[in-house]
Write a protein that binds this ligand. Structure first.
Ligand code: GDP
Length: 445
C-alpha cells in the first residue's frame, strides 16, 4: 500500500526511542539520520529531505518541546507536524467562480490518470448538486474523446466534444466553445481534459498554455502519477513553468508506489495537493488532507477518513446515530455489528481497515483478507445475547465457549474478536474526546 515502506521505517525508528527517558543529542542525530534514509528511499526529493530533517533536528533539540510528552512522543509529534507542513498544511478546497461557470483545467503527462480523474471529479461535483460539463480537449491521443465519453456516461455527466469526423480539430477552440456552451446551457462547472505526452515537450506545453489563456480557468490542476518516482520534481517544475497550475492531484495512490512524489511536489512547487486518486473506479477519489495523510504515514490510523468513509457508506440517519454513539462514548457490540454489515454492503472493507491505527504490521493479512471473515465475525456477535452485546463484561469464559460452539468457531476466535472490539471502542472514545489515537505502545500523544 502507499507509503508502506516509509511508514514501516518511520514507525520502527520512532518506536526505538520509546524506552528512552531522556533524549541526548546523539539520540536525536541517530533518529534524524534514520528518518533521512527512509525519506530518500521513498524517493522524496533531496532538498525536501534536507529541509525536513533540519527542522526535525532543530525542534527536537530545542527547549521549546512539549514538556507534557515523553521524549519519544515529542519526536513523534514533531515528525507529524513537519510531515503535515511539507504536505501543504491546510486542506485546500476548489475555489469556485463568483460568476459561473467555474472552469477547471487538467494538465499532466499521458497515462497519469487525467481522464479518469475528470470523471471522478465530475461525479463528485454532481453529487454536490453542481451541474458539471466534461470537455474533451485531448484531440491527440486516438480514442481519448471516446474514453472521456465512456467516463462521462458512467458519471452521468454530459461530455462536450468536437463533432466526429471533423478532422483533427483544434483543442483550444473546443475548450473555448465548451465554456460558451456551458454558460448558455447553465452548466456551472466546466472540466477540461487536455492532451498529455509520454514526456515533457514544448508542443504539449504550448497547447496547454494556449487552452489556459483562451479559457482563463479558475483552477488548473496538475495530475501526477504517484509512481513517477524521482522524475516528480522535474516534471512538476516543467508544468509549473510551461502552463502554471493552482493545485495538484496525486493519482494511483492505491499502487505500491514509494510515494515520494507526494512528499515532494507540494513543497517544491508551492502548490497544494488537493485530491488523491486511489483506484480505477469513479468513486476512488479523496479530498487530500495533509494531517490525515501524515498520520497514515506514521501509522496512527486515519480515524477521520475512516469515519468519513463510514458515513458515506451509511445512509445519513445511520451516520448521525453512529456519530452520536462516538460522542456519547457508548460504542457497543451492536454498533460494531451494524458497522460490519454496513462495511460489507459498501464492499470497501480492505480500504477502511487499512486506515485503522497500528495496522502497518498486518499489511499482508489485509491484502489477503477474505471478506467472508466479516460474515464469520458477524456470526459470532449474533450468537451473543442482546444483553451481552450491550455489556461485553458479561462474556465470561463459559459464555465464550458456548458462543464459539453456537457459531462453529473456536474460543480463540471469540477472544480475538473481543480484543479487537475493545481496541476499537477505546479508539472511538479517544476520538470522541477530541484526542488522537495511540501510537503503538507509546501512550496517548
Ligand atoms: P490520462 O492519459 O492522463 O487521461 O490517463 P487515464 O485516465 O487514461 O489513465 C491511465 C490508466 O491509469 C488507466 O488504465 C486508468 O484506469 C488508470 N488509472 C487512473 N487513475 C488511477 C488510480 O487512481 N489508480 C489506479 N490503480 N489506476 C488508475
Amino acid at each position: 500500500a502507499m507509503f508502506g515502506n516509509l511508514s514501516e521505517r518511520l514507525t520502527a525508528t520512532l518506536a526505538n526511542l520509546r524506552t528512552k527517558g531522556k533524549l541526548s543529542a546523539s539520540d536525536v542525530d541517530g533518529t534524524v539520520r534514520e528518518i533521512r534514509r527512509a525519506l530518500l528511499e521513498a524517493d522524496v526529493a533531496l532538498p525536501v529531505v534536507k529541509e525536513f530533517t533540519a527542522q526535525v533536528r532543530e525542534r527536537a533539540l530545542s527547549d521549546d518541546v512539549n514538556r507534557a510528552l515523553n521524549p519519544a512522543q515529542q519526536v513523534v509529534q514533531i515528525v507529524n507536524d513537519e510531515l503535515i507542513a511539507i504536505l501543504g498544511g491546510e486542506v485546500r478546497r476548489l475555489s469556485f467562480a463568483k460568476q459561473p461557470p467555474t472552469v477547471i483545467m487538467l494538465a499532466g503527462l499521458q497515462g497519469t490518470g487525467k481522464t479518469t480523474f475528470a470523471g471522478k471529479l465530475a461525479k463528485r461535483l454532481l453529487g454536490e448538486k453542481h451541474a458539471p460539463l466534461l470537455v474533451a480537449a485531448d484531440l491527440q491521443r486516438p480514442n481519448a474523446v471516446q474514453q472521456l465519453q465512456v467516463v462521462g456516461e458512467q458519471a452521468g455527466v454530459h461530455v462536450h466534444a468536437p463533432e466526429p469526423g471533423n478532422g483533427v480539430g483544434d483543442p483550444v477552440r473546443v475548450a473555448k466553445d465548451a465554456v460558451k456552451f456551458a454558460r448558455e446551457k447553465l452548466y456551472d462547472v466546466v472540466i477540461i481534459d487536455t492532451a498529455g505526452r509520454l514526456g515533457v515537450d514544448a508542443d504539449l506545453m504550448k497547447q496547454a498554455s494556449n487552452i489556459r489563456k483562451a479559457t482563463n480557468p479558475d483552477e488548473v490542476l496538475f495530475v501526477i502519477d504517484a509512481m513517477i518516482g524521482q522524475d516528480a520534481v522535474a516534471t512538476a517544475n516543467a508544468f509549473q513553468e510551461g502552463v502554471g497550475f493552482t493545485g495538484v492531484v496525486l493519482s494511483k495512490l492505491d499502487s505500491d508506489a514509494r510515494g515520494g512524489a507526494a512528499l515532494s511536489v507540494a513543497k517544491v512547487t508551492g502548490q497544494p495537493i488537493m485530491f488523491a486518486s486511489t483506484g480505477e473506479r469513479l468513486d476512488d477519489l479523496e479530498v487530500f488532507h495533509p494531517d490525515r495523510m501524515a498520520s497514515r504515514i506514521l501509522d496512527m490510523g486515519d480515524i477521520l477518513s475512516l469515519i468519513e468513509q463510514a458515513q458515506q457508506a451509511f445512509d445519513e440517519d445511520e451516520a448521525r446515530k453512529v456519530a452520536d454513539k462516538f460522542a456519547s462514548e457508548q460504542f457497543t457490540l451492536d454498533d460494531f455489528l451494524q458497522q460490519l454489515q454496513q462495511m460489507r454492503k459498501a464492499g470497501n472493507f480492505k480500504k477502511m481497515i487499512g486506515m485503522l491505527p497500528n495496522m502497518g504490521h498486518m499489511k499482508s493479512e489485509i491484502e489477503n483478507f477474505d471478506e467472508r471473515e466479516l460474515v464469520r465475525t458477524e456470526a459470532i456477535i449474533q450468537s451473543m445475547t442482546p444483553a451481552e452485546r450491550q455489556n461485553p463484561k458479561l462474556l465470561n469464559g463459559s459464555r465464550r465457549a458456548r458462543i464459539a460452539r453456537g457459531c462453529g468457531r473456536t474460543v480463540q476466535d471469540v477472544n480475538e474478536l473481543m480484543k479487537r472490539f475493545d481496541q476499537m471502542a477505546k479508539m472511538m472514545k479517544t476520538v470522541a474526546r477530541g484526542g488522537m489515537p495511540q501510537m503503538p505502545g507509546m501512550g496517548p500523544i
